[in-house]
Write a protein that binds this ligand. Structure first.
Ligand code: PMP
Length: 443
């Protein structure tokens, strides 16, 4: 075959050296079965000191509040006013069963293949139609589909923040956003919120003093305060953003969940110069488990964020995009929103009624026109940690207000969610909560 004889002899020599063959003159060559490997011997039994190996980034992450909340909500017999969860009884499961069948029949394996990092183009088109109906005219290229809007916060942090950079947030503000900014080493500076949203009158000196990388705001049904930023403040906020060339990050998961009037245009709808990066999600309107959210920003920003996203999860869940796209295209979201608005308004009213009936003096709360939360201020002498324990003993959960502040809160605040529990549970839960509060106050 043209193989040199010495090549063959060398190969035999190597096999023999590795104890894979044996040969004796007159007996030919036999193949040996490989010897089992020596068992490992460990000289040091010491456990690996994992905590010494984690990065500085991990060390800066504070209390795992969100994880704890999810765990509490998952427990049976707990009346949870804690996590911001949609009502499971309202999930349109049958519709999704049918959509699933249609999608898998029409698209077959495509619904289970990879999609582009930015999301399927047809789905980005659907989101741009959805935003168009809300006064925001965008091309699909300006939309990035996310695995939940929390992912958008993470991508934006990575894209814009270096340690020591300043960020302006509202006070109080969404705790997971504060946590993400702080974990990145940002200097988080706060502007108080009143019933008309962020006190934008205080913004200009802060922009001059801190030169923030961006302003993070929840202008519509703020989490946790329920406040809605007035139209006049929205305009002024944009004016200042333009003047000082600071991007505005608008987080808007609750905008569609309004229970009284038509609502105000989003900052993104008012923005004429592409300064607003807009975040939203299907978690609150529909359900959180498919993990689909989106971000709208100028194409260069979408491009950079997609580069980062590619390293995180390659792309959003393919099937989830096909399913929600069909739900949108068939006009089912608007119908669903009508239904949840009615039910959430009712649940809000029940919670307000019960608090009005039972709450002790010097307990105050807002009457939100939309969103998911009541923001309550409890009497000065309430010891929140005691109240939490007493409530847990009675099977009721809420979120203590301090997590929504970077420093100490100016009072005993708590956040109560009214969308997750059915009305009768809300009645029972508020009674238990008030009895725990009264007991705490008497101690
Ligand atoms: N932003 C705000 C203001 C929220 O309240 C939430 C959910 N609690 C999120 C973002 C994250 O939502 P998602 O489930 O889409 O990640």
């Amino acid at each position: 075959l043209g193989i040199n004889r010495s090549t063959v002899l060398n190969a035999y020599r190597e096999l023999k050296a590795d104890a894979l063959i044996d040969s004796h003159i007159g007996q030919g060559t036999v193949v040996l079965s490989p010897k089992p490997p020596e068992p490992f011997s460990f000289s040091s039994p010491a456990a690996l000191p994992w905590h010494q190996l984690f990065s500085g980034y991990v060390a800066s992450i504070k209390e795992p509040l969100l994880r704890d909340l999810m765990e509490i909500v998952g427990r049976e017999n707990v009346i949870s006013f804690a996590a911001g969860m949609a009502a499971p009884e309202l999930f349109p499961l049958e519709i999704f069963q049918k959509i699933y069948r249609r999608v898998t029949q029409s698209y077959g394996p495509a619904a289970f293949l990879h999609t582009p990092t930015e999301g399927c183009y047809f789905f980005r088109e659907s989101i741009s139609t959805f935003m168009g109906a809300r006064g925001v005219s965008l091309s699909p290229e300006e939309i990035l589909i996310l695995s939940g809007s929390q992912q958008g916060l993470d991508l934006l942090v990575r894209a814009f923040l270096d340690p020591g950079d300043a960020v302006i947030v509202e006070e109080p503000s969404f705790f997971s956003a504060i946590q993400a900014f702080q974990a990145a080493g940002a200097r988080v500076r706060e502007i108080p919120v009143d019933q008309n949203g962020m006190q934008v009158e205080l913004l200009e000196p802060m922009l001059i003093k801190y030169k923030p990388k961006f302003i993070y705001t929840l202008p519509t049904f703020q989490n946790p305060s329920g406040a809605v930023m007035s139209l006049q403040r929205r305009g002024r906020l944009l004016e200042l953003a333009y003047k000082y060339q600071v991007p505005v990050l608008e987080d808007d998961p609750y905008g569609e969940l309004r229970y009284e009037d038509q609502g105000l245009p989003s900052l993104k709808a008012l923005d004429t110069r592409g300064y607003v990066i807009y975040l939203s999600t299907f978690s609150k309107m529909l359900f959180p488990g498919l993990r689909v959210g989106w971000l709208a920003a100028p194409p260069p920003v979408v491009h950079k964020l997609a580069l980062i996203k590619q390293m995180v999860d390659l792309h959003p869940n393919s099937l989830a995009q096909y399913l929600i796209d069909a739900f949108l295209k068939e006009g089912l979201l608007d119908r669903h929103l009508d239904q949840v608005r009615r039910e959430y308004a009712l649940r809000r009213n029940v919670m307000l009624e019960e608090l009005t009936r039972w709450a002790p003096p010097e307990t105050y709360w807002n009457e939100p026109k939309g969103g998911y939360y009541l923001w309550c201020r409890l009497p000065e002498n309430t010891v929140l940690s005691k109240l939490l324990t007493k409530c847990a003993d009675r099977g009721v959960a809420f979120v203590p207000g301090d997590v929504f502040f970077t420093g100490s809160p100016p009072g005993n605040y708590i956040r109560l969610n009214f969308t997750f529990s059915k009305p009768e549970k809300i009645r029972a839960g508020v009674k238990q909560f008030i009895s725990a509060l009264n007991e705490t106050l008497q101690e």
